[in-house]
Design a protein around this ligand. Structure first.
Ligand SMILES: Cc1cc2nc3c(=O)[nH]c(=O)nc-3n(C[C@H](O)[C@H](O)[C@H](O)COP(=O)(O)O)c2cc1C
Length: 185
């Protein structure tokens, strides 16, 4: 039997992202690891309730989820170190406003522009349940069929227990290509 180390948040590594929202006529940015997928048409962004960006998201009901690659990791790390309530973070990234009204980081390899449907509250946290309005991808990361190529788009991963960033690894195989051991087919 493996050792039981108790109730731990242990589902890592996972992609680190920068969440953006519009604050008046400027954007604000927050580094977020706790992003999830719900079904096939919803995503979830889990934020500490005290964060500056939360009220902006609630006001506009729009947010962006920007994947982070190694090129923008230094700026991404910075927006996780200081609150927009204390320091204006609007000029950390070049951006454009997406078709649905959320700020899209120009140099992020991929951005989901989202509408907020609901907020799921847990003690000290607000998790924003969103639909995806638009997906913006740097052309260099689209293959000949227009699909996202994750062999070139290398999202930075993060893990909470030791607070580190990691790289993605190599391809291990196609999904559903592993036959049951001993089976003929
Ligand atoms: C690696 C890393 C991951 C983080 N992930 C989250 C997260 O998933 N949820 C969250 O609420 N804050 C997370 N934070 C903390 C916020 O990014 C940080 O407190 C930020 O300054 C809040 O900014 P704001 O007050 O302008 O919204 C993370 C910080 C780091 C460094």
């Amino acid at each position: 039997m493996k050792k039981n180390i108790g109730s731990k948040l242990a589902l890592y590594p996972m992609p680190i992202t920068v969440v953006g929202a519009i604050n008046g006529d400027k954007p604000t940015w927050t580094l977020v690891g706790h992003i999830g997928i719900i079904g096939h048409d919803r995503v979830m962004v889990s934020l500490a309730a005290r964060h500056f960006i939360n009220e902006k998201i609630k006001e506009t009901k729009k947010l962006s989820i920007n994947l982070v690659d190694e090129r923008i990791l230094p700026q991404a790390d910075y927006v996780g170190s200081v609150s927009g309530g204390k320091m204006d973070k609007s000029d950390v990234f070049a951006y454009e406003v997406g078709d649905a009204g959320a700020p899209v980081i120009t140099d992020a390899p991929l951005t989901l522009e989202c509408s907020v449907l609901d907020v799921y509250e847990t003690p000290n946290f607000e998790s924003f349940i969103c639909t995806i309005d638009n997906t913006y991808v740097a052309e260099e990361h689209l293959d000949a069929n227009g699909k996202i190529n994750y062999n070139t788009l290398k999202p930075v991963l993060f893990e909470f227990p030791t607070y580190q960033y990691l790289k993605t690894g190599e391809v291990l195989g196609k999904c559903l290509s592993f036959k049951r051991k001993g089976s003929e087919e």
